[in-house]
Design a protein around this ligand. Sequence first.
Ligand code: ARG
Length: 299
Amino acid sequence: MTAASPLRVHAPTRTASARRYVLCRPDHFEVTYAINPWMDPAAPVDRARALAQWEILRATLEAHGHTVETVPGEPGLPDMVFAANSAIVIGGHALSARFAHPERAAEGPAFHRWFAARELRALAAASEINEGEGDFAFAGQRILAGVGFRCSLSAHAEVERYFDVPVVSLELVDPRFYHLDTALMVLDDATVAYYPAAFSQAAREVLTALYPDAILADDNDALCFGLNGLSDGEHVFLDPGATGLIAQLRARGFVPVPLDLSELRKGGGGVKCCVLELHTRRDATVGRPDQVGSSVSTR
Ligand code: ARG
């Protein structure tokens, strides 16, 4: 028997778990204002194409065994399709969003009403500016959180208190990557992929210390919103243009599933922005979900 060549390292086997996702059909999607550098109200948007791409997203998630629920979009709220921004939901506890820009402000109560009609253990509306999973990524033992463009450290403190899960603050420095989910993707509780240039030096140091084996994305991966992807532990749904990232994911045992949402990118969002995950609490040793936010509030 010969010793295994160090060049033939086997990728670990990944395991998918069935997830629950919330999406919002882009029936009212358009670009009528610009609140991030990707949005150009002068550029035409093909809503039929956006809808077709979104339908493929929904069908693909369902075909992989995931449950998809949809929130109806509302006229005059063209960004509602970006359902990731609606809330943070972990273990049946939901904190609905409070948007930074007046153009999206009415989405907060609209999504809140939808959550209020569901069976949740707890629901509250954020009192700090908080765009849901746009800036907060649940990673099992901790929540990674972006700061700098859309939310503040006081929003991080509110989330930490509400869910009783440690929040790790990461400063974003490039306006093109204005939400954490445009620059970092959680692949499983131990693995993340991110674009280092989107983060401050201090945030990079934190990420290196927490995730020494992280996958690092390059400029091309980041610019086509490859990091705005979604992992079920095995399959990673992401933009097909993120070729470097796709190769790295494969080498690490993940199964990339390409999804083209280029029409929605005109609003500054990709796959992840369109999807809110209703997370189950995976680490029973952290947090005391029964003891926080136990009342359902409506507004
Ligand atoms: N036009 C939206 C905004 O700027 C896009 C939001 C994208 N969502 C996300 N989770 N990154 O607010």
